[in-house]
Design a protein around this ligand. Structure first.
Ligand code: COA
Ligand code: ZN
Length: 320
């Protein structure tokens, strides 16, 4: 555990709910509610939010307002506004709005790649190269950070086992294509802690500080155990989703992301600073309940009474 995150925090929690959480939601969340969620998340101390994906609205109608939501988020000084883009067209839209970070989903599972982006993994990496060339054509101060979000790294519900050496080869190929960082995603929630520790270490050995964060799902309930394993492999950035919303519509059986509230609580209890106010974070659940009442909200810490969770944190001296 040796790599401190910047800005007076130890771990960067990157909220992906407005993208990963909503892409699978049955109900459309009105634009105003999405913007309200982002505002409340910033007020709670979140420093990075993946606010949308730039995908064809016909395919994922929930993301029809991607430009509007991004522009709203960009009004928050100091917030890193991230977005997902599956192809050059999506990345061009994201660059047009001026988001700070663009995540490109690149599946290690060859069959998931075809299901998700209708391209082979090799074609997706070649597209990443074209996106990086488009980034490089921008003036230096308006270039977004490009992340290859390697997905189905730890297992695939379509293909089964995923070869770890293939993960390493794909990570290297993404770096050669020009991406700034490579994050590793357990899209399906099939990872176990031993595997997480091992694979992050292997990829770090191959690409060094180009290794980005961990994107974990909680399908089998291993999510927070996998966070601890990733911490042991010096990972300091974690994606998570408020109330554990989420899941890939093109990975059958995958359920929600790890729960932001539980992640923050666990990290703070471990003495790792996130800069996030847990009470304010928990209060945002009411906004979700009102805007998308049909979606189940997950998480353990939300069920604890305020007294016990405050005293636990304060006793450890990690709360302001
Ligand atoms: N934004 C808006 N429109 C887009 C677009 C984008 N990023 N990419 C393509 N389109 C439009 C094209 O202009 C074309 O429009 P037309 O029919 O009016 O001419 C249409 O969509 C089809 O384009 P095509 O390039 O043939 O795309 P495709 O049908 O092969 O789909 C992807 C490829 C990558 C766009 C699609 O599979 C996708 O968005 N996948 C991501 C799914 C996802 O978000 N998964 C969860 C997150 S990991
Ligand atoms: Zn995900």
């Amino acid at each position: 555990m040796s790599l401190p995150a910047a800005g007076g925090i130890d771990v960067l929690v990157s909220e992906v709910g407005p993208r990963d959480g909503l892409q699978n939601a049955r109900q459309f969340m009105p634009t105003e509610a999405k913007c309200g969620w982002i505002d409340a998340a910033v007020a709670a101390g979140l420093r990075e939010i993946e606010v949308c994906s730039f995908v064809p609205p016909k395919l994922i109608p929930q993301m029809v307002d991607a430009e509007q939501v991004s522009r709203h988020a960009l009004g928050h000084p100091g917030l890193t506004v991230a977005a997902l883009a599956p192809n050059l067209k999506g990345a061009a839209r994201a660059m047009g709005v001026g988001v700070h970070k663009i995540t490109l989903p690149i599946s290690v599972s060859r069959r998931h790649s075809l299901a998700n982006v209708r391209r082979t993994t090799e074609e997706a990496i070649a597209e990443a190269g074209r996106i990086c060339a488009a980034r490089d054509a921008l003036p230096p101060d308006s270039r977004p950070r490009i992340e290859a979000g390697l997905s189905t790294v730890f297992g695939c519900t379509i293909e089964g086992r995923v070869d770890e050496e293939q993960v390493v080869r794909d990570a290297v190929a993404c770096v050669e294509a020009g991406v700034d960082e490579v994050g590793l995603a357990d899209t399906t929630g099939m990872a176990n802690p031993e595997q997480v520790r091992r694979v992050f270490r292997k990829v770090r050995a191959a690409i060094g500080d180009r290794l980005g964060g961990a994107h974990l799902h909680n399908t089998r309930g291993f999510g927070l155990a996998n966070v601890v394993a990733a911490l042991e492999a010096d990972v300091r950035t974690f994606d998570s989703s408020l109330a554990g919303l989420g899941g890939c519509p093109f990975a059958p059986g995958a359920t929600g992301n790890i729960v932001t509230e539980d992640l923050v609580f666990m990290l703070e209890e471990m003495g790792l600073r996130t800069g996030i106010d847990l009470d304010r974070l928990l209060a945002i659940r009411a906004l979700l309940r009102a805007a998308i009442p049909e979606e189940p909200l997950y998480g353990y810490v939300a069920g604890l009474d305020a007294g016990s969770r405050t005293s636990m944190c304060e006793a450890r001296g990690v709360r302001p």
